[in-house]
Write a protein that binds this ligand. Structure first.
Ligand code: COA
Length: 320
């Protein structure tokens, strides 16, 4: 497949909130959160916005890739928490980084947003419609939480990650995407309801609601299947994969996936302990952390996998 990731970047808000601090905000305990999820802290936006973090992540990825703004011809932002209904986050990023030659748009595939963006960029490159793309996953999920609802607010965090993808002879070896709208009610956040002279509704959007057990069941069944399918498409065995970088929702989900595909947990780097679940941001932020810590060398094969609201899922096998 004719596309390769050539640079990564990420941005997290400066303010961290530990589980202990959360105990003061909502009826929960550090022990409950750690045992059920592995999360110890998360970063929450104060001055930062989805766009500002997406811009910082994009600049870092471009610098890492050695690519200038005028070379970018496609910008895709995966987000469910843009600052504006319109213009899109991608158009705002385009403006702020000065990527005047790019076409820019957002996609809503929740926690699979980065993987969906990667698939779209790859298809654009197959069709000769783009040469150098910026794929960003960025979220300010904290503004979409009910901070009285302990079953959701302890799980999520804010941040953005980005990758520069360029047309090449190799790089992405296998891609899988999937959706199951029938099960979408497991994880929802209602937008503004109809409110006009004909009908009166509370004009405010709602908060995130989740059937945690249903989402858990979906993830531990579907993610290993998607990864296996992507590896089959890539003609790759699990033993050849150096790292599996999964959406950072929950350590127990990651442990279950590792067991199902028969690979040791050492191959599954995590940052959910420090970042929580950042939806579309999780996979590119983790990829950036792993890449910048020197854990990857040219020629390594890795798997990326995202899953979440929709329901949606995506997996990719890449050669670094
Ligand atoms: N602190 C303390 N207690 C909490 C709590 C919290 N933050 N959240 C829920 N509880 C309580 C519940 O009220 C319930 O109490 P009860 O037994 O007295 O009614 C108890 O803990 C068990 O709740 P339950 O929701 O059944 O827990 P669980 O074992 O299913 O774990 C999740 C909850 C959310 C950790 C788990 O379902 C999960 O990880 N699901 C996947 C979620 C996810 O990853 N979503 C994002 C996907 S992109």
């Amino acid at each position: 497949m004719p596309a390769r990731i050539i640079g990564t970047g990420s941005c997290l808000p400066g303010r961290t909130v530990s589980n202990q601090e959360l105990e003061e905000w909502v009826d929960t305990t550090d022990e409950w959160i750690r045992e059920r999820t592995g999360i110890e802290q998360r970063h929450l936006a104060v001055e930062e916005t989805t766009t500002s973090m997406a811009v910082e992540a994009a600049k870092a990825a471009m610098e890492n890739a050695g690519v200038s703004a005028d070379e970018i011809d496609l910008i895709i932002v995966g987000t469910v928490s843009g600052d504006m209904c319109f213009p899109s986050t991608a158009c705002q990023v385009q403006s702020q980084i000065g990527a005047e030659n790019a076409v820019a748009f957002d996609i809503n595939a929740a926690c699979a947003g980065f993987l969906f963006g990667l698939s779209i960029a790859e298809a654009y490159m197959q069709a000769d419609m783009a040469r150098t793309a910026l794929i960003i996953g960025g979220e300010t999920l904290s503004k979409m939480m009910d901070w009285q609802d302990r079953s959701t607010c302890v799980l999520f965090g804010d941040g953005a990650g980005a990758a520069v993808v360029q047309k090449d002879e190799t790089g992405i070896l296998g891609l899988v995407q999937g959706s199951d709208g029938k099960r979408g009610s497991a994880l929802t956040c209602r937008n503004r309801p109809v409110n006009n002279p004909l009908v009166k509704n509370d004009p405010m959007p709602d908060h995130t609601q989740m059937d945690g057990r249903e989402v858990y069941r979906f993830a531990v069944k579907t993610v290993p299947q998607a990864i296996e399918e992507a590896m089959e498409k890539a003609g790759t065995e699990p033993g050849e994969i150096k790292y599996f970088l999964l959406h950072q929702a929950n350590l127990r989900i990651i442990e279950s996936v590792a067991k199902k595909i028969g690979q040791p947990m050492e191959k599954f780097p995590t940052n959910l302990q420090k970042c929580g679940n950042i939806s579309a941001g999780s996979v590119p932020i983790l990829l950036d952390h792993v890449s910048r810590s020197g854990m990857l060398k040219k020629g390594d094969k890795i798997v990326l996998a995202g899953f979440g609201a929709g329901l949606t899922w995506g997996a990719a096998v890449l050669v670094w």
